[in-house]
Design a protein around this ligand. Structure first.
Ligand code: ZN
Length: 145
């Protein structure tokens, strides 16, 4: 599978909406033990510095969300990631807006990508899909916060 080429329109929006990502490990109880089953990558973007901007119907917020979703959809198709037989669930949190202390309480929209490891393959984070996700996002100029 070919690596999707950098798309200048998406690249523009990454800068325009200050898109960045956060990472959360995902645990489950399996046979009474806490096991790492995957991780969540949150893609976050914001189009305004107006602290009072909380309008779930805002068309620009909707556009930010659709850009985040486009990037999320590209991830499983990336060459270095598609070979890993990972499972992806994408949650667009439609109609939700968050206020982020990290952004000075600016309102932002976000999309979650849940990446589940293939435990039947004995896959773990050490086989390092996380690094490949980082590489993928870095290539788009999307940095971790
Ligand atoms: Zn908005």
């Amino acid at each position: 599978m070919a690596t999707p080429t950098l798309n200048s329109r998406l690249q523009f929006f990454v800068t325009e909406y200050g898109i960045f990502w956060q990472f959360w490990p995902q645990f489950e109880q399996i046979h009474g033990e806490r096991c790492l089953v995957g991780f969540e990558v949150e893609l976050i973007g914001s189009h305004t510095s107006d602290l009072n901007h909380v309008d779930p119907a805002c068309p620009t917020c909707r556009q930010v969300r659709s850009v985040l979703l486009e990037i999320a959809d590209l991830m499983p198709r990336d060459a270095s990631l598609s070979g890993n037989s990972l499972t992806y669930n994408i949650d667009s949190h439609s109609n939700s807006i968050v206020c982020l202390p990290a952004l000075g309480n600016r309102s932002a929209v976000w999309v979650s990508i849940y990446v589940f490891l293939n435990r039947a393959n004995g896959q773990s984070l050490e086989t390092d899909p996380l690094n490949e996700v980082k590489t993928f996002l870095n290539r788009w100029g999307i940095h971790q916060r």
